[in-house]
Design a binder for this molecule. Structure first.
Ligand code: SAH
Length: 667
């Protein structure tokens, strides 16, 4: 679900007001104008991101903050006559038209001007005049102007433009000696022949191409120009060399020396192992090798993964050598390859072998942290109560009956609750959990082993009920509920195992890297499992991220679409991944713990893009779909690098070798 009004308000609060924009007219106009209408359909969902976006003709729509900054600096006010040079998508012109009396806009690409014109018509703007052509000389017939804004950067402020300012008028324009880096300057015409100039921020705009700007030869067409507030230098400024010196080369994953390199994290209470995609074999194999070492040499006894609790519980029974209780095949829900793959099966078989012959307390268990199993969790609670307390099972059937119509399509429940205006089933599921927990002693006496499992399923149902309702209030709320649920589950597992229990977690980098050090936390107010672990365990939580430059990945084009093996595009020049690629080490570990590589971490901390590939990979809109601004050395305590990677192999029809029975993967 995309709720643009809400995203728009969030953009105004966080990206604009939160960064010091105070002009109420600008905040109001940008809080009203539908920015999504100014970009192509496949980019609608990114319209309120904190970045520029590509538009037709190889140009860009400016980052929201930049638009606001320029309008505020130009003091665009009611009754003003305004000129914009470089109308592009038409977005900034529309914002100005909502404030000023009249807007004149010029765009050199006819294709863009035509689209902008259609948008102005559709949205009902009558006070914008748009023409196609070179705007670097202004629009003298329509002047004088109270404000002139140039959305493209030239080598200097053209005199002809200054002369089109009214007395008291303001001109804001990016000016720079090179094509793509400029300083934003503000010129005010204080008297007929007196101009004052002010230097504002460092920025990156597309070049102003025309008689008073750069020539066509100076500025060949750029496929992906990006006017953004200046960030880290793209060339890496010597960083790849520093990474090369600091990164510790990793041996082959199957070499026992691989796991030993992670002994430095062996004293932690929780070690969280990330992944930069949900379908890369090296990430799974490396996590398997590290986990084996942590279990064998450091006494870790909980493996908790980003998977559904009931499915992982079936694997837990398998690794402990118990009989299957449920016959249906596990990990059947999209994305199946995330857990039904060869690398997971190998790890699970190892764990079964490790546990064999050991008493229960000396075994390591396998658990799921996620909350997408409403249907099977409801059934698990009822099945459990049928065994220990048939009367309570009847009550559970009745209470959970409220959710049953939606248990296969729980998102529908959220929508229904929203339109009904209240949380229909909340009371019933919360009550069920409370009752189950209050009878802990009684039930645990009858059947101690399965109580934890049933209580967790009841907790999951309760949190999932809230999760599906929150989905309709915006992505941050539901994300936060999901990661809080994962954290709560992890804490319960640790508590159930006593003070000596230690956990290894497998989840995506987006759950594991401290959200406060990424756009997730800074802009979207999202928290995550890694952050909650740091807040709770301090230095006893080790957060390890993974990254890759290129190769193949198992992913889908869209939700519920079939899995494909896709090519991973080489990492972007302005990303962390590219720095690691340029460092020239095919695989390695960079220790990011405090004080280890102080100088390098300091230089890496200022922020860059980092790639997040999930179960869906969209190479065509990769920048907007998959890259996020992060501070990598603050996000993780270690970074594990595989320059070239390949897709996981899903478990298919062919029989597995190694174990005779078809359980647990049902092949
Ligand atoms: N305000 C626009 C920004 C577009 S990027 C938006 O928010 O969408 C800058 C635009 O300036 C590009 O579309 C580019 O084609 C245009 N441009 C560059 N030089 C120009 C010139 N001399 N005259 C008119 N437009 C120009």
């Amino acid at each position: 679900m995309t709720d643009f009004a809400q995203q728009r308000q969030r953009m105004v609060d966080r990206q604009l007001a939160g960064r010091g924009i105070t002009d109420a007219r600008v905040l109001e106009a940008m809080g009203t104008i539908p920015r999504e209408a100014f970009v192509a359909g496949n980019l609608h969902e990114f319209a309120y991101e904190d970045s520029p976006l590509p538009i037709e003709a190889g140009q860009t729509i400016s980052q929201p903050f930049i638009v606001a900054r320029m309008l505020e600096a130009a003091e665009v006010g009611e009754g003003d006559n305004v000129l914009e040079i470089g109308a592009g998508s038409g977005y900034a012109a529309a914002v100005m038209a909502a404030i000023a009396a009249s807007v004149y806009a010029i765009e050199r690409h006819a294709e863009l001007a035509e689209l902008a014109r259609q948008r102005f018509d559709a949205l009902g703007y009558r006070n914008i005049q748009l023409r196609v052509g070179d705007g670097s000389g202004g629009w003298p017939e329509a002047g004088p102007f109270d404000a002139i804004l140039a959305a493209a950067g030239g080598p200097a402020v053209p005199d002809v433009l200054r002369r089109q300012l009214a007395i008291g008028g303001r001109l804001v324009m990016p000016v720079g000696e090179t094509l793509h880096r400029q300083r934003l300057v503000k010129v005010t015409r204080v008297a007929q022949d007196r101009f004052e100039q002010q230097d504002l921020d460092e920025v990156r705009f597309v070049p102003l191409v025309g008689s008073y700007g750069w020539s066509e030869q100076d500025a060949p067409p750029q496929p992906r120009a990006e006017p953004v507030a200046a960030r880290a230098p793209v060339d890496g400024g010597g960083l790849p060399g520093m990474i090369h010196d600091a990164i510790e080369p990793l041996p082959d994953i199957d070499d026992p020396a691989f796991g030993r390199l992670f002994d430095r994290y062996g004293d932690a209470r929780v070690v969280l192992l990330g992944e930069a995609s949900h379908g890369t074999s090296e990430f799974y194999r490396a996590r398997g090798a590290i986990t084996r070492r942590l279990i064998e040499a450091h006494g870790f006894n909980i493996v908790a993964v980003e998977a559904d609790w009931p499915d992982a519980a079936a694997l837990d029974r398998y690794v402990r050598g118990r009989a299957a209780t449920r016959q249906e095949p596990i990990f059947q829900r999209f994305p199946t390859w995330m857990w039904r793959n060869r690398d997971v099966a190998r790890f699970i078989d190892w764990l079964r072998g490790y546990n064999k012959g050991k008493p229960m307390q000396a075994q390591a268990g396998f658990y799921g942290l996620d909350l997408y199993s409403l249907d099977s969790s409801i059934r698990a609670v009822i099945e459990y109560l049928d065994k220990v307390d048939p009367e309570a099972a009847q009550i559970a059937r009745h209470r959970y009956g409220c959710l049953m119509p939606w248990s296969k399509e729980p998102a529908q429940y959220g929508r229904m609750a929203l339109s009904a205006g209240y949380a229909l089933c909340e009371k019933a599921v919360v009550q069920m959990l409370r009752e189950l927990l209050s009878r802990r002693m009684e039930y645990a006496q009858a059947d101690g082993e399965h109580f934890l499992d049933a209580a967790q399923n009841a907790r999951l149902v309760s949190n999932a009920e809230a999760y599906y309702r929150a989905m309709y209030y915006g992505s941050a709320e539901s994300w936060n509920l999901r990661d809080s649920h994962m954290f709560e589950t992890l804490e319960n597992l640790l508590a159930a195992g006593g003070s000596r229990s230690r956990a290894v977690v497998w989840a995506h980098n987006s759950h594991i890297g401290d959200a406060r050090q990424t756009e997730m936390g800074r802009v979207r107010e999202e928290l995550n499992l890694g952050q909650l672990c740091r807040q709770r365990f301090g230095a006893d939580a080790a957060l390890l991220g993974f990254g890759t430059h290129t190769g193949t990945v198992a992913a889908a084009d869209d939700w519920d679409e079939p899995m494909k093996v896709m090519e991973v595009r080489p990492s972007r020049r302005d990303s962390y991944e590219r720095l690691f690629h340029d460092a020239g080490q095919p695989r390695g570990l960079l220790d990011l713990r405090e004080g280890v590589h102080r100088q390098l971490c300091g230089r890496l901390a200022s922020g860059r893009l980092e790639r997040f590939i999930g179960v869906i990979y969209r190479p065509d809109t990769e920048r907007w779909s998959h890259y996020v601004e992060c501070s990598l050395p603050r996000q993780f305590d270690g970074y594990i690098w595989f320059d070239q990677t390949r897709a996981v192999e899903p478990l298919g029809e062919e029989p597995r070798t190694g174990i005779a029975e078809t359980w647990p993967f049902g092949l």
